[in-house]
Design a protein around this ligand. Structure first.
Ligand code: PEP
Ligand code: MN
Length: 350
């Protein structure tokens, strides 16, 4: 829908916008009001170039898009009934929890094995462990492919499916060949479309699940959902949205907590939302409250960093990992809140 700055377009302006939309296979249908006229774009109005060209006209105030920019992930898509199941939980039916270390220390694998057992005991369904790490400073530890063996050994020992971040195609191939069930796209790569494309292609014929973190710099929610759509478009719709805090940080927190976008995402997309409170607030003491807030906002699950001995951890673990007892309490309380939320829903439906 084209909204002109003036009350209506002049015949020359109408001819110009008609010429532009015609190039993209669309037509203009004027909607004439007593005072103002607006101009509907009839046809597929999702072409960014067409919208940019129209928005660039100095007599156009704005373009309101009626069509969703994402077909597959839209709430109204046929895929809306698609369900993602991992670790015995179908997302949306029960609280889903991913937990584990930020980073696996290849020199101290026992910490990870102990963390893995503790995470299972605490009630998580998926074990996370950073093999390769994006870092703020490239001269700090960036991970080690040896940690992939440790991750898969922990999977064998606990039976928990595992989640690891991949940052390039080589890591993607290694992770998939090793049998990693959940691939994480980190916040720094959420807008790296060539990586999203490579992941989409690589998982097209598999049942691998992709956990897509929200970029620190993502603006409109459509940008986040469209990135998920880009992965799913290759054929595997198992994509989960993971808000994890954005920039600039709220003074005192690591990022600006964004669990409150959950209901907004859910209005637009059927994709499950799993919130990461650990990177959002960035300090273990604040993580349980953020996790519970996320569940209250309607999150389908949580992704929490945990470590048996955070002070011995590497990466983010000394700052933000929960100890096993705190993890167990957080999961138990989050499950209670989940039940309350469902009860509230049921009561409303009555
Ligand atoms: C992580 O999960 O350890 C991580 C690096 O997350 P993010 O990409 O959200 O910063
Ligand atoms: Mn981390």
């Amino acid at each position: 829908m084209i909204l002109p700055k003036s009350n209506r377009l002049t015949p020359e302006q109408l001819a110009e916008v008609t010429a532009i939309v015609t190039e993209f296979g669309c037509k203009i249908q004027p909607i004439v009001g007593a005072v103002r006229s607006i101009y509907a774009i009839v046809g597929d109005e999702r072409d960014e170039l067409m919208i940019n060209r129209l928005e660039g006209l100095d007599y156009v105030d704005r373009i309101d898009r009626i069509q969703s920019p994402f077909k597959l992930m839209d709430r109204r898509s046929d895929l809306a009934s698609h369900r993602i199941t991992l670790g015995g939980v179908t997302l949306g039916e029960e609280l889903f929890v991913i937990a584990g270390q930020c980073t696996i220390d290849p020199k101290n694998p026992n910490y990870f094995y102990e963390t893995a057992a503790a995470v299972k005991e605490a009630g998580a369904q998926v074990l996370r462990g950073g093999v390769w790490k994006p870092r703020t400073n490239p001269y700090t530890f960036q991970g080690d492919a040896k940690s992939l063996e440790i991750l898969m050994e922990a999977h064998r020992r606990t039976g928990l499916p595992v989640d690891a971040e991949v940052m390039d195609e080589e890591q993607l191939d290694l992770a998939l060949s090793a049998g990693v069930q959940m691939l994480q796209v980190g916040a720094r790569n959420a807008l790296n479309y060539s990586l999203l494309r490579a992941i989409g292609r690589a998982v097209a014929e598999r049942d691998t699940i992709v956990l897509l973190k929200r970029s620190l710099h993502m603006g409109a929610l459509n940008e986040f959902i469209s990135a998920a759509e880009y992965i799913a478009a290759f054929g595997n719709p198992n994509v989960i949205l993971c808000p994890r805090g954005t920039a600039p940080a709220l003074d005192g927190y690591r990022n600006h907590p964004d669990e409150s976008i959950t209901p907004l995402l859910k209005e637009k997309t059927w994709a499950p939302v799993v919130v990461d409170p650990s990177h959002s607030v960035g300090k273990a003491a604040y993580v349980p409250a953020c996790a519970l807030a996320a569940v209250a906002y309607g999150a389908d699950g949580l992704c929490i960093e945990a470590h048996v001995s955070p002070s011995q951890g590497i990466g983010d673990d000394p700052k933000q990992a929960l100890m096993p007892d705190a993890l167990a309490t957080t999961i138990a309380q989050a499950k209670q809140l989940w039940a309350i939320r469902r009860g509230v829903k049921a009561a409303r439906a009555d």
